[in-house]
Design a protein around this ligand. Structure first.
Ligand code: SF4
Length: 521
């Protein structure tokens, strides 16, 4: 026996390649029938298309894993996007999902995270995986998410008529690239490996045995495994390119076979090479003249779930210490009386603590006064120094709409914020301003109640000009009386840096006293 024949024989022995069972011959069933949805057949693929071979390889790999590795195929889920390859999900008698264009990987990500025991496999085309869904491919690979992505590359968008795609070779023709593709294609194994995939391979459908073998390894692999299968598109792609030239245009099956033979001829196995060298070479006519194939990368690294589990331990420790601190919170009596829905708008510029002030109000109301509260925020184009606004809704009853409809209370700490928001205040509402930062214009609204204190100066005099928002909180607490003073004090003590608690409570008290004085007057 020649060395080549021995190698082949050994490979077949290792692969335990299935032969149809007696019963299959007797019943006339195809050995793959149990994994195909007969009611969905005949399939829609063109004669000579490579997709049938890709599907056969995939099913035979699953059957091998079921037989030899005890795989429970009820725990296998197949996801595909849109396109010719995307039809595979519909033909498989497995839990399968045919999702929207380019979104097979996000769908698979959700499945895998929700049920880590599932073996989740994405099978889709190059346009779906690398074009429309390219962003998802690189991020799933970056996370080393424990799924297998099988990308059947037919060099174009076949189902929609043969448009140029992300893998169309340079100079090759497509229905939308009649003078040759002037773009350069992705090298998919290199893209997947560079993004973080831990198993990367490529075969053409003409290397079916090698493909079977590789698919088994890819499916067993625990991290993100990526297998590119180059398959002829006998109808859309071969029509325009030299691989199909000279053939009877009516005879698609023959054209497909010729393309397959061509791929076999130009295939060059290079196991273990760097994926960047996994070329698909073309000549100046766009004819594919070399396809480097093989298994290029097989690494063991923690997958996404392991990374999450590691962090979960850290998070649990952190949460326990947080919980201890929360358990020690002072218990205050609930706010007396009913508080109707009250909308409060805060405004100023970034760095004044506008968001913190709103959060403190919301915490005081909800945690310490047993009210309902809702807090939202918005930033201008820059954070520090830019416009900043935050909103709080407080009520004794559940809040069904978190956004303000017409605020009844406002705290404004900059001229810009005053000008932006004051028109929104409901008639009869209360406007509180830092009167050294806001100049009221002559035409200032007379249908609202306006009170001012020099909050920034109060904070500066106390030795911490960043506590101006706390002075305004004291002022607001006294004037509005919506939240109890002690609740505000507890919320401030919990929210500001520990070293500044004392100074913030002093500044709060100053603002509160000024508010009380104004209210008495
Ligand atoms: S258009 Fe191309 S890829 Fe699609 S089924 Fe036909 S031959 Fe296959």
């Amino acid at each position: 026996m020649s060395a080549e024949a021995m190698e082949r024989s050994e490979r077949l022995r290792i692969m335990n390649y299935d032969t149809p069972a007696e019963s299959d011959w007797e019943t006339g069933l195809h050995p793959m029938d149990d994994l195909l949805r007969g009611e969905r057949l005949p399939h829609i693929w063109c004669q000579g298309c490579g997709l049938g071979t890709a599907l056969t390889s995939f099913i035979s790999s699953l059957k091998w894993l079921e037989k030899n590795q005890g795989w429970d195929l009820d725990k296998v889920a197949v996801v595909s996007g849109i396109g010719c390859t995307g039809r595979i999900a519909g033909y498989l008698r497995l839990d399968s999902f045919h999702t929207t264009h380019g979104r097979a990987i996000p769908f698979a990500t959700g499945l895998k995270i929700a049920n880590p025991e599932l073996k989740v496999i994405v099978i889709s085309g190059d346009g779906d995986i690398a074009g429309i869904g390219g962003n998802h491919l690189i991020h799933a690979a970056r996370r080393n998410l424990g799924i297998t992505v099988i990308c059947v590359n037919n060099f174009n968008y076949g189902m929609t008529g043969g448009q140029v795609g992300p893998t169309t070779p340079h100079e090759a023709r497509a229905v939308t690239a009649q003078y040759g593709n002037y773009e350069f294609p992705f090298n998919l194994p290199y893209l997947a490996a560079a993004s973080g995939a831990s198993f990367v391979a490529r075969w053409t459908v003409l290397h079916a045995r090698q493909l079977d073998w590789t698919l088994r390894k890819a499916l067993i692999h625990s991290g993100f495994s990526f297998v590119e299968i180059i398959a002829p598109c006998s109808t859309a792609y071969a029509r325009w390119n030299p691989e199909g030239k000279g053939l009877d245009p009516e005879n698609l099956r023959r054209r497909g076979l010729e393309v397959m033979k061509h791929y076999q001829k130009v295939g060059k196995t290079e196991q273990g090479i760097h994926p960047k060298d996994a070329h698909v070479k073309v000549n100046s006519s766009g004819e594919v003249i070399e396809i480097v194939e093989g298994e290029f990368l097989d690494e063991t690294r923690p997958d996404f779930k392991e990374a999450i589990d590691q962090r979960a331990t850290t998070a649990e420790k952190f949460w326990l210490s947080e919980k201890n601190a929360l358990d020690k919170r002072k218990k205050l009596p609930p706010k007396k009386g009913k508080v109707p829905r009250t909308e409060i708008q805060l405004g100023g510029f970034g760095g004044q603590g506008i968001m913190s002030a709103a959060k403190i109000i919301g915490m005081a109301a909800s945690i310490y006064n047993n009210l309902e509260a809702c807090f939202t925020q918005s930033y201008g184009p820059e954070a520090r120094g830019g416009a900043a606004g935050s909103q709080v809704v407080i009520s004794s009853t559940p809040i069904h709409h978190p956004h303000l409809t017409q605020p009844t209370s406002m705290i404004m700490m900059s001229q810009g914020a005053y000008e932006k928001y004051v028109a929104d205040l409901s008639p009869g509402g209360v406007l509180l301003i830092d009167d050294e930062l806001v100049d009221l214009p002559a035409e200032h609204r007379e249908d609202i109640k306006t009170f001012g204190i020099p909050a920034t100066k109060i904070a500066q005099d106390a030795g911490n000009n960043r506590a101006a928002n706390t002075a305004m909180l004291g002022f607001w607490t006294a004037v509005e009386g919506i939240v109890d003073k002690e609740a505000m004090q507890e919320s401030i003590a919990e929210s500001v840096p520990p070293k500044t608690v004392s100074i913030n409570l002093d500044v709060f008290e100053s603002g509160y006293k000024r508010g009380l004085d104004l209210v008495k007057k």
